[in-house]
Write a protein that binds this ligand. Sequence first.
Ligand SMILES: [Zn+2]
Length: 540
Amino acid sequence: MKAELLLTNAKIRTMDTSRPLAQSLAVLNGRIVAIGDNHELANLAGPDTIVLDLKEKTVLPAFIDAHEHLSWFSESSLTLNCSPQKVNSIKKLLSLVKWETDIARPGEWIRGVLYDDTKMSENRFLNRRDLDIAAPNNPVIVIHVSGHWAVVNSAALKLGELNRHSVNPRGGALGRDTSTGSLDGVLLEMAMFDFAFESLATKPTIVPPFPRMIRKKAAIEAAKELNRSGISGVSDALCPPSYITTYHDLMIAKELPLRVNIIIPYIFLNHLENLGLIGGWGNEWVRSAGIKIIVDGAIAGHTSALKDGHEDDPDDHGILLIEDQLELDQVVQRIHNMNYQACIHANGDLAIEMSLNAIEQAQQKRPGLTPRHRIEHCTMITDNILKRMHQLNVMALPFASYLWQHGEKLKPFYGQRAHRMFAHNSFLNAGVRVAASSDHPVGLQSPLLGLQCMVTRQASTGEIIRPQEKISIDEAFKMYTAYAAYATGEETIKGTLSLGKLADMVVLNRDPWSIPPEEISQIGVVNTIVDGKIVYAHEE
Ligand SMILES: [Zn+2]
């Protein structure tokens, strides 16, 4: 037997306790076929073998981001970036829209994202009249940075058959001019989701998905960007149907540079039920993991559902997107019965408890089924929540680097409760399974930054927040590798460098175990290897 890829002279940290360290590793047909010392594996090099002499560099299982929005990230290159870093006035935003409109085909949609009204120098909201001047004929949508509202122009409203006589949809609103009652172009919550968000719409959206070929190209570029950070796999945490197709297209064409677990919005659950397609379909490249339910809002957006109100506004308990426990119970039961993982977005303690109630019921009714249900983010915990999660065997998917990003900014919202957030060590101590995730592009993407943050608990401002939640480097790396594989039920094929497992590896220019933990995020990724192929090589 000759290997297709042979790593030699490396410091290989396998994360497999049966053989934690090695110098050399051989790959054949995308799988690890030998691990050992340099001399033990030397005879596996043949004339066609790619030999990487790594000169003592560190090799680890490649990173798996258990909650990332790859489809959303893919489209960021196809839309106008209206973030405050690029656009600080309505005037500038409109000039971008006009520039794009001038080169667009008749009727082509102009799409902007990341608009932040609080950062506009004019100190007022963007409205449809502004957009009409910049784009009199092409439909335009500009989505707010929160992802919860948008502004559209008159051409877009016309396509959506929305006018002054239209009524607000359930769970949403159409912005209106208070003096005349005419629409001002603002679409709030469900009004925007139905208009533009395939994953959350209750009917076909007015803004169409990007064409299939364009999605394919954009997804490759986005996936390559993740490869640069050492990532070999993600869970796409809210995968719209158009991207299930895209990932499948890329898999068939053998062009997918990482592995994708798709988490399907629950509004499509009835299709899966009708097809009788139970959870776990697909293969090691594209595989169905779970079904996504969103129970509450965002932790940094003051909209998480809380048992006790917000510190700065005790009457404000946040937002429940599913208010009725019975409704949540029924959805989770259906997911459980189909043997999908329920991937429940819940940030606040109220939302987490409701999710646990629903999971408990589902497990009691069908104890024979054991899909690994997950609480996505699982931010605000209590001792009782930890105890129940352990008893019910529910996984936690906390943000890896939100603490770096937000630091003590969350304290005015939540008071002392802020100190129980992103509680990696509490989960471990309570025996709760936990995997790392970025929530990128909402959160920062870099796994090495996430690792540093989990180990140091240091915010970008330098302050250390609740140091008792620090975890060891070993545990932190497991959360981005072995535990992340467990989070999709794939721990037998990936997550450690073991014989027979997928050859997904990252080569680092420094050993994280031998440097000060505050420097982990500065480590360079030298190579990312997926399925035994080098998908990223750092250019010296
Ligand atoms: Zn998310």
